[in-house]
Design a protein around this ligand. Structure first.
Ligand code: UDP
Ligand code: MG
Length: 317
């Protein structure tokens, strides 16, 4: 098998068939031996029905992993990667925002350059609001300062890997999967390719600001423990400052007989310190909660069924 496509789908009823068709057209006479692995990530619409029909109708090699509920795109990608058999593996969205022509380009790059283990599509010009861009920029600045793992701004999950890199990614079996970090953590040699995102064919993007924020916190907590050290540093600084102030107040009383007044100062300080303490406990809590979940060792996803039409098409191999 030359190429496996991993396609996570959540409420993509209007896209899956068109996606398969587009792949067929694009790959015609270019890539013969390929498989498409759809992951139905607990869709609430007719995605699964469409996929069942597609399995019956299509002449392509198709496999469908049907999750028992929504586990998120990260879990979907992991499940998909596990099922792949291709020498090359591409992760691509079902909504046709990522033109399959780019997959051909990626394959060509890997064919021609043995030194690359993966090709990563990244957006130079991003079609999003300035505020969102600002938050994303800030996130990348912070995480790159804190973490040893490199995070490339604009790099997407739209990638093509060689088998060896897929196997490495599959060795990372953590529950909180921040793929951008995982792909970077495993090392290997990545080639970056710019691409333009198309408009979504049908349906809505599943990313809300809150989801992005949670994802950002996952990224930071998964790939650096610097926030914990920051809490220690803030603690030391505050303690030192209060010690200096204490000496100052005692000296004022002893040498000048001044009673320090200040209801407002005390209230402000209590609130400030309370805030800092809660923040630090919160930071510890974030790490503790993840440790707790990881030690439970629950599966990353639950599969209800795996459907395939491969048996009917032995002659394709
Ligand atoms: N997706 C998924 N599970 C989810 C959310 C999204 O499998 O819980 C899939 C979705 O069907 C699509 C891809 O992940 O194929 C990217 O999602 P989306 O288009 O919403 O993200 P965007 O393109 O806006 O970044
Ligand atoms: Mg999309």
């Amino acid at each position: 098998m030359k190429l496996s496509l991993v396609v996570p789908c959540y409420n993509e009823e209007g896209n899956v068939k068109l996606f398969a068709e587009t792949i067929e057209k694009t790959f015609k006479n270019k890539i013969k031996n390929y498989e498409i692995i759809f992951i139905n990530d607990g869709s609430q619409d007719n995605t699964m029905k469409e996929l069942r029909e597609l399995l019956k109708e299509s002449k392509q090699n198709i496999k469908v992993i049907n999750f028992s509920r929504n586990f998120g795109k990260e879990a979907g990608m992991y499940a998909g990667l596990k099922e792949t058999k291709g020498d090359y593996v591409s992760i691509i969205d079902a909504d046709l925002q990522q033109n399959p022509e780019y997959v051909l380009k990626m394959v060509e790059i890997l064919d021609e350059n043995e030194e690359y283990d993966s090709v990563v599509a990244y957006q130079e010009r991003r079609k999003e609001s300035k505020i969102l861009s600002f938050f994303k920029n800030t996130f990348y600045k912070i995480i790159n300062k804190m973490s040893d793992t490199e995070f490339v701004m604009g790099a997407s999950d739209f990638r093509t890997f060689r088998r060896s890199m897929v196997d490495a990614v599959l060795q990372m079996q953590e529950y909180y999967r921040f793929s951008k970090g995982i792909f970077s953590w495993v090392g290997f040699n990545n080639c970056y390719m710019t691409y333009d995102v198309e408009a979504r064919n049908q349906g809505q993007s599943k990313w809300s600001f809150y989801k992005l924020f949670k994802y950002a916190v996952d990224g930071i907590v998964s790939f650096t423990t610097v926030p914990l050290r920051l809490a220690t540093i803030v603690g030391i600084l505050v303690s030192l400052l209060s010690l200096v102030y204490l000496i100052f107040v005692i000296a004022e009383k002893l040498f000048f007989g001044i009673d320090t007044e200040g209801y407002a100062t005390i209230v402000t300080l209590i609130l400030l310190l309370g805030g800092i303490q809660l923040l630090c406990i919160g930071i510890i809590g974030e790490y503790l909660a993840r440790t707790y979940v990881e030690t439970k060792n629950r599966p990353i996803y639950i599969t209800k069924e795996i459907l395939t039409n491969e048996k009917d098409k032995k002659d394709d191999k």
